[in-house]
Design a protein around this ligand. Sequence first.
Ligand SMILES: *Cc1c(COP(=O)(O)O)cnc(C)c1O
Length: 319
Amino acid sequence: MKTTEDFCRVKLMAGPTPMYKLENVSRVLGKNIWIKRDDMTGVALGGNKVRKLEFLLADAVRKGAKTVLTTGGAQSNHAMLTAACCMRLGLKPVLLLKKRGVSDRRGNLLLSRLMGTDVRFVDTDSFEEINAMMDEIGRKTGEPYYTIPVGGSVPLGALGYVDCVHEMSVQAAERGVHIDRIVCATGSGGTHAGLALGAMLYMPGTKVTGMAVDTQEFDRIVPGIMRGTAELLGLEAKTDCEVGLRPAYGPGYALPSDEGSEAIRLMARCEGIFLDPVYTGKAFAGLIEMVRSGSLEQEENILFLFTGGAGGLFAIDFD
Ligand SMILES: *Cc1c(COP(=O)(O)O)cnc(C)c1O
């Protein structure tokens, strides 16, 4: 078996991200709630995509790419973070963002503009079409280019979260705590897949629950990425893995939900931490719901993976 150390990687993170118990939230919810601060991954406003990009952009550099193309929704954190990481590495980012939902140039669009990023809006919802457009634009540059599918949720990117579980297993051991369950937001599936595979390897006995913030078929997508990542690592591909998934999309992807907004307020008022409306607010709302409905009865320690997304807070009207 290989480990993540056997893969090419560019260093973008400042070091391990903090992991600690949320004392006030734990008191309010009557459970031990821990947090892993992947909003502090050290590039731009932080977020989970940096861990994936350490592997993906290393692959781009190794292949001699000059231009890196990626895609996402109008307020994609992934696209903005890809651009920011490209700034560090001297690569030229091109972002093809879905036109739907663009109402102004706030949030992540403002940040991309500050970086002078080539942002193009595309009038389609099909990532297949967008992937073809990325190739066409890449080919026209006449130089080697690299494309990253939505969210960086490909097997190579998911290695970032296999590695994150290893990091958390060390931190949990240092703190003398057994984590019963990790909860994350599932948006394109790579984070969830990496965590689930990482838990099998480094934190057996820890469950992973992904809160689906979109209506895609994650019960098919997540195991698919897991199998691809397992193959990269030379592991037996597990086809029978149990994927913990719960719906948390509310009215739909990127549309704020009442439960999500309540979770954002709770975290802000208890801990001075700002969740985002698209991913982490909804995921934390799902965790609160699990606590309140008694589904976590036997579990002592729940870890919430805070995957970032601050830019999104400044792109919505919030009251
Ligand atoms: C992309 C993203 C997620 C979801 O991660 P996936 O690997 O795409 O499922 C969660 N939180 C934030 C803030 C994100 O930007």
